[in-house]
Design a protein around this ligand. Sequence first.
Ligand SMILES: [Zn+2]
Length: 312
Amino acid sequence: MSRKLNEHNQKYSHPSVQALLAEYPQQSDPKKIIVNLAQEKRRVALKYGWEGPAYCPLTFCSLFGISCQEANHEIGSDGRIFPREGGKALIEYRGDRPEERIRFTIFHEFVHTLFPDFCTYGVRHHNLRSTLSDAEKQFERLCDKGAAELLLPTEDFLRDLDSSESFSFEELLALRARYGASIDACCIRTAELERELSYAFMFLSVNPEEPDVMTVRYSAKTSQFRTYIPNGLKVPLNSVAFDALRLQHGGCTQFVQETLWMGKGSRTFWVRAMRLDDVVGMPDYPRVLLQLSPKKEITRPLKSQPDLFYRS
Ligand SMILES: [Zn+2]
C-alpha cells in the first residue's frame, strides 16, 4: 500500500471515506471531493430546471430517482436512507420537525448516495450524534458539508454575502427566509465563506438546572477571527445574552462592548445577541445567538472600482 494511502487510512478511518478517497486518488481532502460531487449534481439539477433559492430537496431527489417519504412515527432519528437496487434509494424523514430542519436532513441523506460504497451499506440514520464513533462523526460531517452546499450553494451565498451591508441579525434572518435554512446553518455558512471580515457567532444554551449559567454549545467564526472559542465557555451574568433571553423570539439587543474570559486571559469584543426560537422537545437546544466582532462596525471595505453610474 502506498504511503499516501496509509496516511489517509490513519486520518480517515471510516470505510466510506476511504472508499471516496480511493475513487478520487488525485485528491486528498474528502471535504473538497464531496463538495465537488454535490456541485456536479447541483449543475445537473439546474439544467433540468431546478430553481432557487430556496432550493427544494424533494424535487432535487426526484430528479435523481430517489424517493422521499414523510414518516410521523419513530424512525430513530430525523431522517434515514435505505439503498435500493440500481443505485436508487428511499429517504424517510420526520415530517413533524421544523421545515428548515427537514430540508437540511433530506439533503444530508442524499449526500450519502455520493459515496461510492453507498449501495453496499445498510440503513443510515441522521442525527444520532452522541452515539457515533469519531470516524462516523467525521463521515456524517462530510454529509453535512455536502448538504450545506446544496441548501446554501457557494455560488449564490457568496453573492449575497458580498452585498451584505452590516452583517446584522436582520440580514441573517433575511438569508434564512431566502434559503429556507436554519439560522445555525446560515451562520455556519456565513462564517465559512467570509474571507475579509472578522466576526464570530456563539450558540448559547441554558442549563435547565442552572438558569444563571449560559454556555457556548457550538460556535462559528470567520477565518479572520483569531480567537479560539471553546465549547462550554460561560458568558458573564451581565452579558447582553441574558437580556436577549428575556426578549420575544427573534428579538435582538444593541451592539455593546463586553469582556469574556477565554482560556488564559480576558478579551473584549463588540457583541449583540438574538433570542432564538425554542425547539419543542429539545430543552438543551441553543436559546441565544451571540455575534462577536473586534470592531463596532462590521462593514466591507469600499471597493476601489469606481461606480459606473452617478447618482444624484
Ligand atoms: Zn447521515
